[in-house]
Design a protein around this ligand. Structure first.
Ligand code: CIZ
Length: 313
């Protein structure tokens, strides 16, 4: 009798479907994915796949990005309710008003945005390429950056720019506490602290390495002999432990939780193996993007992919 993972593998084959999984997904979902990566890698993969169906195991904006890049394909997300607090912190009508109040600015938006916000944007970035894309503009370029205030502040600091930054944040990364991290570092004085740039400034100030999930993973793979404190959504630990089975990874806990607790995004966890199976079986729920919005949103996404390819990212 076929078990769940065998049934998923069979449906993928029968339906010519590719399953893309984000590093923040449940481990068992990552294990069923044909490709696991960050938003940049998932968008790059979606843009080139020849599969008929893309199942995006991630949150809604990731499915939208794939649909915008592949309007003729069926794009599914196992649970369409999987949203993103950061994308929600930047409603398109308010962002449009902000842009109108600051004319003459180039608009750079983080990938964690709705299609409607991307449609207002000149170039999209992810945490893997944000610094390089900002630096690809002249030093005196007037830039609006949205929606993550922590990433925007960090990019301003490392590039010496003065971008106007939208006041949004990811509630998962905002839950890391500088005090608890300091305590954890005292318990593990030899550990290297890896932090995501969506973390608050006081947390980033204590990090040894700041980068996207892909960059933090690369650091661990390059130096598996070290011990790491990991300050980002805990799903990344699955791939880190797979790639570095003898390395000690210590997740930083969310504020108020005991040492050893993981900081997890509940939206990312809405996708389960059962829902992945159902979604392949029924070919639903499908991501839809208004074609008029998609037509405008595709340009800044393609621009990101072109600049990233040129930079070898
Ligand atoms: O870019 C992404 O996929 C996100 C949301 C985080 C990261 O650094 O991978």
């Amino acid at each position: 009798m076929e078990n769940l993972t065998q049934a998923i593998a069979r449906l993928k084959r029968e339906k010519n479907a590719v399953v893309l999984g984000h590093y923040y997904q449940r481990g068992e979902i990552q294990d069923m994915a044909d490709f696991v990566g960050d938003s940049l890698a998932l968008a790059q993969w979606a843009a080139k796949t020849e599969a008929k169906i893309i199942v995006m195991c991630g949150v809604h904006f990731m499915g939208e990005t794939a649909k915008i890049l592949c309007p003729d394909k069926k794009v599914l997300v196992p649970d369409l309710k999987a949203g993103c607090s950061l994308a929600d912190s930047c409603p398109a009508d308010r962002f449009e008003q902000f842009i109108r109040e600051h004319p003459g600015h180039t608009v750079i938006s983080y990938v964690n945005t709705t299609a409607a916000v991307k449609a207002l944007t000149d170039v999209v970035v992810t945490s893997t390429n944000a610094r390089q894309i900002v630096e690809s503009f002249p030093k005196d370029e007037k830039i609006i950056f949205g929606p993550d205030r922590n990433l925007g502040r960090y990019i301003n600091a490392v590039t010496g720019r003065h971008m106007l930054v939208w006041d949004g944040a990811c509630h998962v990364h905002e839950r890391f506490s500088a005090e608890q991290l300091a305590q954890l570092k005292r318990l593990h004085p030899d550990a290297v602290t890896l932090a995501h740039p969506e973390c608050p400034e006081a947390v980033l100030a204590q990090a040894d390495v700041i980068g996207s999930t892909a960059a933090l993973l690369k650091q661990a793979v390059a130096h598996p002999e070290r011990t790491y404190i990991v300050v980002t959504e805990a799903g990344i630990l699955h791939e880190m432990r797979k790639r570095c089975p003898t390395t000690t990874f210590i997740p930083a806990p969310p504020v108020g939780a005991a040492c050893g607790a993981c900081n997890e995004c509940q939206d990312m966890r809405l996708n389960t193996l059962e829902k992945l199976y159902d979604c392949l079986r029924t070919e639903s729920p499908e991501v839809q993007v208004d074609p008029a919005i998609a037509e405008r949103a595709v340009r800044p996404i393609r621009r990101m992919l072109e600049i990233s390819a040129r930079l070898g990212l």
